[in-house]
Write a protein that binds this ligand. Structure first.
Ligand SMILES: Cc1cc2nc3c(=O)[nH]c(=O)nc-3n(C[C@H](O)[C@H](O)[C@H](O)COP(=O)(O)OP(=O)(O)OC[C@H]3O[C@@H](n4cnc5c(N)ncnc54)[C@H](O)[C@@H]3O)c2cc1C
Length: 400
């Protein structure tokens, strides 16, 4: 696509966003219900949220880079980047947040059958099904390949028994993408990637309450759950390969490509000026804090540019890669630093737990700080990313 075509696309996109993104959807996310997750039981917070979601579904903008036949807009990477930039410029909220978009969809595009793509990708794009991720088990988190949930072969279906843990939003999800052992004698090639309905008989969830006051994840139990073989993704025993590929998409997203970037779009300097004294030039008077903020913003913006370059390079080479581990390690560390700085900037006002006066349009400082601790754990902890970087990026050890 030529530069002038891209400029024309930018102008069209800007006009479309102006006409279709309601002012209420150009505000930072303040509460959990400002985020639309879709699913069978989803409700919209208000008319603006619904109007924005409907317009995006019709245009294919919930998943702009997916092919049109699967609910996307079929945008080229360059067009998708223009759309992201134009949405960021007006601070448009994502119309739909979804593990289907961030994780399962990209894996299905690669490994799914045509029938699975037609069905599940379109459902994801239209926000009809909310997905959860069934990977971790008690005793199998970092050492995921040791997972024990077992699917017994019954011909045309498996009977699944076992337990998952830390399953985000399992109690709200409609379907699960799940790693299940189907061969007890084969560690890596004995795992199968399956999809099943959370309403299936034998599935139970128990929410786990966190220190931040929320309960975003669950223990998930499977007791003789019947899973039809047509819900197999890829080949039987290929689950470890598919599961790892999906994790690369998850890590790229956690590192700053998705929600984090929209939460972090606000300048710390601007926030600091609201809380601290300014000098005659209108600059923050506290020079030490000013230095800290400048140092952080330089590193954060360098990271974003590096992340953008790495993601573009990976796409040009056919998708995500082990670089996702580098991005996840750095992006989550920086997001934690930012939370620390936000608390420091606000002083006593940073101790709020609830209420607009403490939010600055983001997660409340203390809750955000507490939740931030999880980012260096989920999607594979920082130590595990270090291991992957050592083995697969730096080639320091033999690896599976
Ligand atoms: C907010 C949140 C949401 C989550 N959502 C989901 C979800 O939706 N679905 C899902 O399946 N899971 C989910 N998880 C689970 C997450 O993937 C695991 O917590 C993570 O993989 C770590 O596993 P673990 O908790 O069992 O810790 P462990 O594996 O027990 O690790 C404990 C500590 O030991 C370190 N460690 C372990 N092995 C090594 C090693 N080989 N080398 C160096 N250090 C090591 C780890 O880095 C960590 O610091 C979520 C977790 C969180 C916090």
């Amino acid at each position: 696509m030529s530069d002038s075509d891209l400029q024309a696309f930018r102008a069209e996109t800007r006009a479309w966003l102006e006409a279709n993104c309601p002012p209420e959807m150009r505000q930072p996310v303040k509460d959990e219900d400002d985020i639309y997750w879709g699913g069978r039981n989803a409700t919209f917070k208000n008319d603006a949220q619904k109007a924005w979601f409907d317009a995006c579904v019709e245009k294919g903008y919930t998943v702009p880079a997916w092919p049109k036949e699967y609910g996307g807009a079929g945008l080229t990477p360059a067009q998708a980047k223009v759309l992201r930039e134009e949405m960021a410029a007006i601070k448009a909220r994502p119309p739909l947040s979804s593990f289907g978009i961030w994780m399962l969809g990209p894996a299905l595009l690669h490994f799914g059958t045509e029938g699975q793509k037609q069905r599940f990708l379109n459902e994801i794009a239209r926000g009809e099904i909310r997905w959860c991720q069934g990977y971790s088990e008690p005793g199998s988190g970092s050492d995921l390949v040791s997972l024990q949930t077992y699917g017994e072969d019954k011909g045309d279906h498996w009977v699944v028994n076992g337990q998952k843990v830390w399953t985000s939003y399992a109690d709200k999800a409609d379907w699960i993408f799940c790693l299940v052992r189907t061969d007890k004698d084969n560690k890596y090639q004995g795992i199968t990637f399956m999809l099943y309905d959370m309403a299936s008989e034998g599935v139970a969830t128990k929410p786990i309450l966190l220190i931040s006051g929320n309960s975003p994840f669950c223990e998930t139990f499977f007791s003789d759950v019947k899973v039809p073989k047509e819900n197999l993704v890829g080949e039987e025993g290929q689950g470890w390969t598919i599961g790892k590929r999906l994790l690369q998409h998850e890590r790229t997203n956690i590192s700053g490509g998705g929600r984090l970037a929209s939460m972090m779009g606000r300048s710390l300097g601007e926030i600091a000026k609201r809380y601290g004294k300014t000098d005659a030039d209108g600059e923050l008077a506290d020079k030490v804090l000013r230095d800290k903020i400048a140092d952080f913003e330089i590193r954060w913006n360098s990271f974003l540019l590096t992340a953008r370059r790495a993601v573009e390079e990976s796409k040009a080479q056919g998708g995500v890669s082990e670089i996702s581990s580098v991005l996840k390690k750095l992006g989550t560390k920086l997001s934690q630093e930012r939370s620390e700085l936000l608390i420091e900037i606000r002083g006593l006002q940073g101790l709020g737990w609830e209420g607009d006066e403490f939010t600055d349009g983001e997660l409340e400082a203390v809750r955000g700080w507490l939740f931030g601790k999880a980012t260096t754990i989920y999607g594979g902890s920082t130590e595990i990313q270090n291991n992957i970087i050592a083995k697969r990026v730096l080639g320091m050890l033999d690896h599976q």
